[in-house]
Design a protein around this ligand. Structure first.
Ligand code: GCB
Length: 514
């Protein structure tokens, strides 16, 4: 049987598609093969390198702290559309006047030959399915009076039903009812909310929002990175139990089902690209790598091209999710070396150009504090991963507390923007207890988190706290990891450590029953 290559795509976390119409015949069977490679190189995001020894044995190394699984982790879907069809929809929401009326700006792309002669109409339905607004044309604004807002903790969703009509009136469902036939239709859910950074406040719908939650990973026993609805629902239930209002998709875009769930349940998301490990300073930790980050050897023009692609694909995929309130374009890149600013300035500008409605950030690494970092001013929020009391000041929470507070105050003074602590935590072996401040014990993890919280509560610019990590997870082999990374508040099979109860007490204490 003849076979043909119909599509190729680089990057493992964002969707891609191919039109296979000319290769198949209606009514006949065919074989569709999807093959994936998990090899990471200097031109992939995340980057990695492959060495080959004299015997031809190839080994993969990479500079990020989670296991490089292979295989197909997400859905593969075969679907058909009419030749002229809805290809893209963008929805941007705002409020009018006294804030009780919403403005819904929409833009539709209709693809296919002769697309422009087909009339387009849109209808807005509320959660019960009642039509609350309508408009005609491929772009426009629909007003929703007495709008129900999408809010943290309350994921109220509307639907925008986009219909491409037959250009000659046609016949069909709509025609039978007296209107023109519907040629193609697509339903896009959306929520009405605004996001804004003002001074050191992070505002959702004009109200200060404080992030509580975790950096997470798509990682479970047996299924690895594979998406599973049952595991997803369990993880979201644990987030609810512990009082988390948000999470970061560390360190890559998560399955679309996760984003839909967050929308529906009012969970706030910091949405991250897979740009992790762009940092030669980690060479010691991972036992390998270049000496300098920016240059032909490591983060070069090819890396930049792949990085642009992942930003474009993430924003194209997730732009209509109300849960997404920040784009994080990288985790812990080297940000003090010469070359960092020239590398990141165009990427920050690209993210803003693609989506002027959401704050853009990146996550800053401990080595590049406020005295050394050269790029954080290019972004709207300050996102920090800090390990005082763990990698530094190990076992000395008093010294860690002073160092943490001094650094947060320095950032506040330098940039005056909201600070979100996107990682803080300690490896903890579930079941190990100690009377003393013993790293790895459940007591130490809880004490360390409590120390951070004392400091956060003293610093005005703090806008959120995401513990590293939601659950223990698999990593590559190394002397710093025993059966993976153990910084979870939950174990890998989602049992709570002592810290989980402490977090629950903090994160649920101000909640009124509803
Ligand atoms: C970090 C990284 C995260 C690691 C974590 C750790 O800064 O962003 O990927 O897993 O530290 O536990 O060392």
């Amino acid at each position: 049987m003849d076979s043909a290559l119909v599509a190729e795509h680089q990057g493992g976390y964002t969707p891609f598609e191919a039109d296979i119409t000319s290769h198949v015949t209606a009514g006949e069977t065919f074989r569709l093969t999807v093959a994936v490679s998990n090899e990471l190189t200097q031109s992939t995001i995340p980057p990695g390198s492959i060495a080959e020894d004299a015997a031809g044995r190839r080994t993969q190394t990479y500079m990020h702290d989670f296991y490089n699984y292979a295989g197909i982790h997400r859905s593969v879907v075969l679907y058909s559309t009419p030749a002229v069809h809805v290809e893209d929809v963008t929805v941007v929401t705002g409020f009018d006047g006294d804030g009780t009326t919403a403005t819904v700006d929409y833009a539709v792309v209709v693809a296919g030959e002769g697309a422009d002669i087909h009339p387009v109409r849109v209808r807005v339905l509320d959660a019960e399915g009642t039509q609350v607004g309508a408009a005609e044309g491929i772009s426009g604004t629909v007003a929703i009076p007495d709008v129900v807002r999408w809010q943290p903790g309350r994921g109220y969703l509307y639907r925008l039903v986009v219909e491409v009509l037959a250009h000659d009136g046609g016949s069909g469902a709509g025609a039978a009812a007296g209107g023109p036939a519907v040629h193609d239709s697509y339903t896009q859910t959306f929520g009405v909310r605004t996001v804004e950074v003002r001074g050191t406040d992070f505002l959702i719908n004009g109200e200060p929002f404080y992030f509580t939650g975790f950096g997470m990973h798509e990682d479970h026993g047996t299924i690895g990175k594979g998406h599973s609805g049952a595991h997803m629902v369990n993880d979201f239930s644990l987030l609810e139990w512990i009082g988390a209002n948000s999470f970061r998709t560390s360190h890559y875009p998560y399955a679309e089902e996760v984003m839909d769930y967050a929308d529906r349940h009012g969970i706030v998301v910091i949405d991250e690209t897979p740009a992790v490990g762009l940092n030669a300073d980690f060479a010691g930790f991972f036992g390998t790598g270049a000496k300098k980050t920016y240059g032909p050897e490591f983060v070069n023009g090819e890396t930049a091209a792949a990085h642009r692609q992942v930003i474009e694909e993430l924003i194209a995929r997730d732009k209509n999710h109300p849960s997404v309130v920040v784009w994080s374009i990288a985790n812990e890149p080297q940000s003090s070396e010469e070359g960092a600013r020239a590398y990141f300035e165009p990427l920050a500008a690209l993210a803003r150009e693609l989506d002027p409605t959401r704050p853009v950030g990146f996550v800053n690494v401990m080595f590049d504090g406020p005295d050394k970092d050269t790029i954080t001013d290019l972004f709207d929020v300050i996102m920090l991963n800090r390990y005082y009391g763990w990698y530094v000041n190990t076992g000395d929470l008093a010294a860690a507390e002073a160092a943490l507070e001094a650094e947060l105050r320095a950032w506040e003074a330098k940039l005056g923007k909201p600070i979100i602590m996107t990682e803080y935590g300690a490896d903890t072996l579930a079941g190990f207890h100690s009377l003393y401040e013993a790293p790895w014990s459940e007591e130490y993890q809880a004490d360390l988190l409590q120390m951070y919280h004392r400091v956060f509560d003293r610093v005005d610019a703090m806008a959120g706290e995401h513990v590293w990590n939601f659950a223990d997870f698999a990593t590559s082999n190394g002397i710093m990891r025993v059966d993976g990374n153990k910084k979870g508040a939950f174990t890998r099979d989602r049992r709570p450590k002592a810290a989980a109860f402490a977090l629950r007490r903090r994160w649920t204490q101000n909640k009124t029953a509803s």
